[in-house]
Design a protein around this ligand. Structure first.
Ligand code: UDP
Length: 441
């Protein structure tokens, strides 16, 4: 039995990629598959949270320099180069038991190794389908002379990509446009993989998924949000501070603004001060995640402006890392000021929490545009991090009558998510199709 049912999953070692891969693993395990997680030593998941899985550490050869370089694309390229040989070696002895390799788009070595071992491979995409379509459009935009971006064009609409503006294109993940386009030439094409799993919902991204289905003649399984199918086991790389839950218990319903910019975004001293004064002047209670090291030039919150402690004492709480899904599900939380990473976006949708969008780079900008202009469940901070705009937008979302429609749409979206994942829903069906498909390989 086991011969046909062992799956090797290769996650990318970043929080926003690791969580959906482990959720997929948990989900497929519940469908009767045996799971091996082949992971880097860097940011390795905690095996004790997943006692049913086999964990296979892969030597990643990452140096301090690789980790500090700050260039996402260099980091991805290094991991793929360094891990290919070690992954092959680890899998050779068990190859007869393996049904297929499921790899994160960014861990494209998964496909190379699968080919070498004559195994089928399946891609897991952890971003939204619309964002990938925007990445896919960039080579043509470059050919048409639109890239590199000109300041005069930033507010203009991208042809055939309504309502995306040039400023929303998923740039900023590397200093060089060339290296972004080079990575795209690797991750946007399917090569020899047999299928794609997408952590999204048909309802949400139907046009983008339809286009992908037309472009790629292989099965596409949209099974989002994956965490809705997995148990509640945490795959957090940082310790989640649960003390915020009793604090939330003491706040009025829908009164608290939750703020988190995810696991990678950093801000500088000016930006953290603007955020703090915007929050202070809004008069709204807040729960703020400030990840250690995310304020450039400081360990944690040393650079918060003088006097802000009093505001915290009156109506705020700052934590290093929160149990985000639990926080968003809490009745006291009435808004989510987010960088619009795909996981945070889906988690907010699942709980019907309206958003304030502060995208930083890459796919976050596409997500933010769609959250505010297509799904219409959030408001965008159009001037970056600027205290007056922050104050106005917080008040508008949390207090103004006109935000009632946004709140209603967010509540409707929550219902749609529930329909997708329940028996007979699109994600539910797609998950069953995937399990059958793997068995047919
Ligand atoms: N997260 C968390 N605690 C926090 C902040 C974030 O557990 O205090 C989780 C969040 O629930 C999400 C992930 O970290 O699942 C962030 O992923 P996302 O795609 O939103 O952004 P990224 O970190 O990749 O930029």
């Amino acid at each position: 039995m086991e011969n046909k049912r062992r799956l090797v999953l290769v996650p990318c070692p970043l929080q926003g990629h690791l969580s959906p891969m482990l959720d997929l693993a948990t989900t497929l395990h519940s469908k009767g598959f045996f799971i091996t997680i082949a992971h880097t030593q860097f940011n390795s998941p905690n095996p004790s949270n997943h006692p049913d899985f086999v964990f296979l550490p892969i030597s990643d050869g990452l140096t301090e320099n690789d980790l500090l370089s700050g260039d996402f694309l260099d980091f991805i390229a290094t991991i793929n180069t360094n891990c290919e040989g070690p992954l092959k070696e680890c899998l050779v002895p068990m190859v007869d038991q393996v049904a297929c390799i499921i790899y994160d788009t960014m861990m494209y070595l998964g496909e190379t190794v699968a080919n070498h071992l004559k195994l089928p491979s399946i891609i897991l995409r952890t971003s939204g389908a619309t964002a990938l379509a925007a990445y896919g459009a960039m080579p043509a935009l470059q050919e048409a002379g639109y890239l590199p971006l000109q300041d005069s064009m930033l507010q203009e609409l991208v042809p055939q990509f309504y309502p995306l503006r040039f400023k929303d294109l998923p740039l900023g993940i590397s200093k060089s446009l060339e290296s972004i386009l080079q990575l795209l030439s690797i991750v946007c094409i399917i090569r020899t993989s047999s299928a794609i799993i997408w952590n999204t919902m048909d309802y949400l991204e139907h046009p983008a998924l339809e286009k992908l289905r037309q472009d790629h003649q292989i099965p596409i399984f949209s099974i989002g949000p994956l965490f809705k199918f997995a148990s509640t086991t945490s795959s957090s790389l940082l310790e989640q501070d649960s003390n915020c839950i009793p604090w939330l218990n003491n706040q009025a319903p829908n009164s608290v603004l939750y703020i988190s910019l995810g696991s990678l975004v950093s801000v500088n001293e000016r930006e953290i001060a603007e955020m703090a004064w915007g929050l202070a002047n809004s008069g709204q209670p807040f729960l703020w995640v400030v990840r250690p090291g995310s304020v450039l030039g400081s360990q944690w919150i040393e650079l918060l402006p003088e006097g802000f402690e009093e505001v915290i004492g009156e109506r705020g709480l700052i934590v290093k890392w929160a149990p985000q899904r639990e926080v968003l599900a809490h009745g006291a939380v009435g808004g989510f000021w987010s960088h619009c990473g795909w996981n945070s976006t889906m988690e907010s949708f699942c709980e019907g929490v309206p958003m304030i969008c502060s995208p930083n780079k890459g796919d976050q900008k596409v997500n933010a545009r769609f959250i505010s202009c297509v799904w219409k469940v959030g408001l965008e901070l159009v001037n970056g991090l600027e205290r007056r705009e922050i104050e106005t937008v917080i008040r508008k979302l949390m207090l103004d009558k006109e935000s009632g429609e946004i709140r209603q749409r967010a509540a409707d979206l929550k219902e749609k998510v529930e329909l997708c994942v329940k028996k007979g829903g699109s994600s539910y069906n797609s998950l069953n199709d995937l399990a059958e498909y793997i068995l047919s390989l």
